[in-house]
Design a protein around this ligand. Structure first.
Ligand SMILES: Nc1ncnc2c1ncn2[C@@H]1O[C@H](COP(=O)(O)OP(=O)(O)O)[C@@H](O)[C@H]1O
Ligand SMILES: [Mg+2]
Length: 388
């Protein structure tokens, strides 16, 4: 076993596949990368990327699973393992490399539940800080024949951390630039930021609150033919009710100083229904206020906890929503708001790339969490290995 692992990390560079399936439950993002070195010497080159949307039925079951049964979670773990393995095989093929030449697969898995520290997310929920990502690694390893690393968040939580965000390791590596106050943000289902060189909380990272998930829920309540607000069109037609936005902004989570993490559980269907009802059931207005809430929680917390910022570098599906981007720019007029594409990182692939980089650290026996960002007591080697 150790001999096998040693052979994987001996060469100066290796191929790896990163798999990401975020809280939006829109599908699986798969990336094939070439990694040179590790730690602060890491260089990463993207060779292929593609997104496999989940079938509607799977997506609906994932969204419902956090209030579902253990049997459902058990089955989804294996069903998603199969889909993740397929995504890995496909991205190797589209990159034109035989799967055997890939050193490892790093798969984040699909979060079914996330209970941050000190928080009881729902009246009837258990509250031991914990997290559950599914998409069985043994299945991925056996279907692909490649060593697979899964369950990155648990080791950080075992070390007293919030289990998220884990992308800061990657952000530090790729985006820190001396003398420039930067914030790197991802707008997935939930939105997060990493502060790099800001006046306050340099190196800190945290979830800011809702990303696309709340917008998606309202679009669903409106029975739109799309699963999300395509190109921000509904939100652009709506009007933001300032009193409702202020009420939503008074959430205890937003006041909490970082480090902190949250999940879909806090910005869920109950909040969506409240927005829906308070918007007079006018779908455009409901979507507009949810979009404004994402923009406001992110920009206000950047200002409050980071101070002035020169550049906000965004990734995730939210960058494809022009209404959301316009609202963020409007709230941070002194900041240049760009996407990671400007720095050669595909905004849709960023998180999948980051997990390949974290997996590379794991294989080198190095920590993948940034304790400052997660609140962990110590650095931790992340993930569990499944051997083919
Ligand atoms: N063209 C688009 N217009 C508006 N929103 C979009 C568009 N493309 C993607 N999105 C949003 O991005 C979400 C997916 O973002 P993603 O980064 O994959 O999130 P996660 O990491 O949670 O899976 C979709 O659910 C949708 O809300
Ligand atoms: Mg996604």
């Amino acid at each position: 076993m150790w001999e096998r692992l040693r052979r994987l990390i001996e060469p100066p560079e290796r191929l790896a596949i990163g798999l990401m399936s975020g809280t939006s439950a829109d599908g699986i993002d798969a990336v094939l990368v070439r990694l040179h070195g590790h730690g602060s010497e890491t260089r990463v080159e993207t060779l292929a990327f593609h997104s496999n949307p989940y079938p509607d039925e799977i997506r609906d079951r994932i969204v419902a699973a956090y209030r579902g049964s253990v049997a459902e979670a058990c089955s989804l773990n294996f069903e998603l393992g199969g889909l993740l393995a397929e995504a890995a095989l496909e991205v190797a093929q589209s990159g034109g490399v035989p799967i055997e030449s890939v050193a490892f697969v790093a798969s984040h898995g699909q979060t079914l539940y996330h209970i941050p520290r000190g928080e009881r997310p729902a009246r009837d929920a258990p509250f031991m800080p914990s997290t559950l990502q599914v998409g069985e690694g043994a299945l991925i390893a056996q279907h692909t024949g490649i060593l697979t690393i899964t369950d990155f968040r648990t080791a950080d939580m075992a070390a007293g951390g919030g289990g998220a965000p884990l992308v800061p390791l990657f952000d530090e590596l790729v985006f820190r630039k001396p003398g420039v106050r930067r914030v790197v943000g991802n707008i997935g289902g939930i939105a997060n930021v990493t502060f790099l060189g800001t006046e306050q909380n340099d190196g800190m990272a945290f979830d800011t609150g809702p990303g696309n998930a709340l917008i998606d829920l309202l679009v669903r309540l409106a029975h739109s033919p799309h699963p999300f607000d395509k190109d921000g069109e509904m939100g652009a037609r709506g009007e933001v009710n300032p009193a409702l936005l202020a009420r939503l902004m008074s959430s205890a989570y937003i006041e909490l100083p970082p480090p902190k993490t949250t999940g879909r559980e806090l910005f869920d269907i109950d909040m969506a229904k409240l927005i829906w009802a308070e918007s007079g059931e006018r779908p455009e207005n409901a979507v507009a206020v949810a979009t404004a809430l994402t923009a406001a929680t992110m920009s206000d917390q950047i200002r409050r906890f980071g101070g002035p910022v020169d550049e906000l570098i965004l990734s995730g599906g939210g960058v494809h929503n022009p209404t959301l981007m316009r609202m963020i720019r409007g709230r941070l007029p002194e900041t240049r708001v760009v996407t990671t594409a400007e720095y050669g990182v595909d905004p849709d692939a960023k998180e999948a790339i980051a997990f390949a980089v974290i997996g590379n650290e794991t294989l080198h026996g190095a920590p993948g969490n940034v304790p400052r960002a997660t609140g962990a007591r110590r650095p931790a080697i992340l993930g569990k290995l499944s051997l083919p």
